[in-house]
Design a protein around this ligand. Structure first.
Ligand SMILES: Cc1ncc(COP(=O)(O)O)c(C=O)c1O
Length: 402
């Protein structure tokens, strides 16, 4: 009998796959009494349980074939039509044939990688960025061009200078509003400039927008994709993705991507080989709750819940944090980004914090090419305001012990 050496058998891409170094932290967040500022998950308190239960029954009993039979790879047509109409109400100019339903935005990220990246392909990326993008694209081995982040979004001048010097990234990946992990949002002025730059250099933009609607004051800013439609009469430069994960429920795994027709057709082809289509049942449920007006009723409640929690976290930080610590003040979303004095290593601090029953995510995992050790992501979405105050108290104890 010969033993198989699996590492030798795996593809180069498979051997590039890495588990998250954060699994240990996420495992520890389940400990009794732990206050977790680590998770990026929505608050279960805002799951619209009754609406989803009623919609599920309607989906199965009244829309049996739509929900229980195989469906189209593009997605459930009424849901695509609903989304196109809703986005057009927000400044897009797209047809339902430009909407691809995906299994979470995570799948749209995976598909975009497969469509555009070969080993060594350059990608402009925010520094720091969403860590699961780095995980998703690792097997494809792209070369990252990190763009510095500022309080009003990525450093557009730096991007412009890079493009001017002749560098041609396959695309820019950006989380335009309430960015994960920093909580910052691209200003209106920078949004316009980004679309101008995309047009000038013919650079595609991949806009990931799971949080844009979770704005705490005023109205959401127009996505880059909407501006592209307005400035060019149609969607030309932006591949846009958003998700029901933060608006309805992540367990339904229903999201959507929008782009120029040629790109969406390729996305559909890629998806066909991956899973034929997203869950038909989930899509019908989501469509049922949407046409029932859930988003109009429910999104204001989510905003209010997270706003109260953001206020609690910011005031706790203000009251308790020692000198030398700085943090972002997000106007929406779920995350605050903490910068510590230079001599702090947040990977070491997190051990002391976990011992004191508070968890956060060390910043290092959000940098595609590595970055400073003294940063951390704090999420305010899950703990109650009282727990956020207590969580910061424990964090400050850990800092003192450090
Ligand atoms: C920036 C960003 N993109 C994509 C996702 C994935 O979302 P989904 O649940 O739709 O796969 C997340 C989830 O936290 C995220 O923060």
């Amino acid at each position: 009998m010969t033993n198989i050496d699996w590492t030798q058998r795996f593809s180069t891409g498979a051997n590039e796959m890495r588990g998250s170094a954060l699994r240990i932290i996420f495992k520890e967040t389940r400990k009794p009494g732990m206050i977790s500022l680590a998770g990026g998950t929505p608050a279960p308190a805002v799951f619209p349980v009754e609406d989803i239960a009623a919609a599920s029954e309607r989906a199965i009993i009244q829309k049996t074939i739509d929900s229980l039979q195989y469906g189209l790879t593009e997605g459930y047509t009424p849901l695509r039509e609903y989304l196109a109409e809703r986005m057009n109400g927000n400044g897009f100019k797209i047809g339902a044939d430009q909407v691809q339903i995906t299994v979470g935005s995570q799948q749209a990220i995976d598909i975009v990688g497969r469509l555009f990246l070969d080993p060594g392909t350059q990608v402009a990326i925010e520094d720091p960025t969403y860590m699961s993008v780095i995980t998703a694209w690792a097997p494809l081995r792209p070369a990252y061009l990190p763009i510095k982040m500022e309080e009003d979004g990525l450093d557009v001048d730096a991007l412009d200078a890079m493009l001017k010097s002749g560098v041609k990234p396959a695309f820019l990946y950006t989380i335009s509003a309430f960015q994960n992990p920093m909580g910052v949002t691209i200003s209106m002025e920078k949004r316009r400039r980004l679309i101008e730059i995309a047009a000038k250099y013919g650079m595609p933009i991949v806009e990931d927008d799971p949080y844009g609607e979770l704005v705490f004051e005023g109205k959401p800013m127009p996505p880059l994709a909407a501006l592209d439609c307005q400035m060019h009469g149609e969607l030309r430069h932006v591949i846009y993705m958003s998700t029901f994960s933060k608006l309805v429920s992540p367990g339904l795994r229903t999201a959507w991507a929008v782009g120029p027709k040629e790109v969406v057709a390729k996305m559909t082809l890629a998806k066909q080989g991956m899973d034929l289509h997203a869950s038909a049942l989930s899509q019908v449920i989501v469509h049922e709750v949407c046409v029932d007006g859930l988003l109009e009723r429910h999104v204001p409640l989510i905003r209010q819940t997270y706003k109260t929690r953001r206020d609690a976290l910011l005031s706790a930080l203000e009251e308790q944090m020692p000198d030398g610590f700085h943090w972002t003040k997000p106007a929406g979303g779920m995350f605050v980004w903490l910068t510590m004095p230079d001599n702090f290593d947040s990977q070491k601090l997190v051990r002391l914090a976990l011992d004191r029953l508070v968890a956060f995510v060390p910043g290092f995992s959000f940098y595609a090419n590595g970055g400073p050790a003294n940063t951390a992501r704090l999420s305010f979405a899950n703990p109650s305001p009282e727990m956020l105050h207590e969580g910061v108290r424990r964090l400050v104890e850990a800092i003192k012990a450090y």
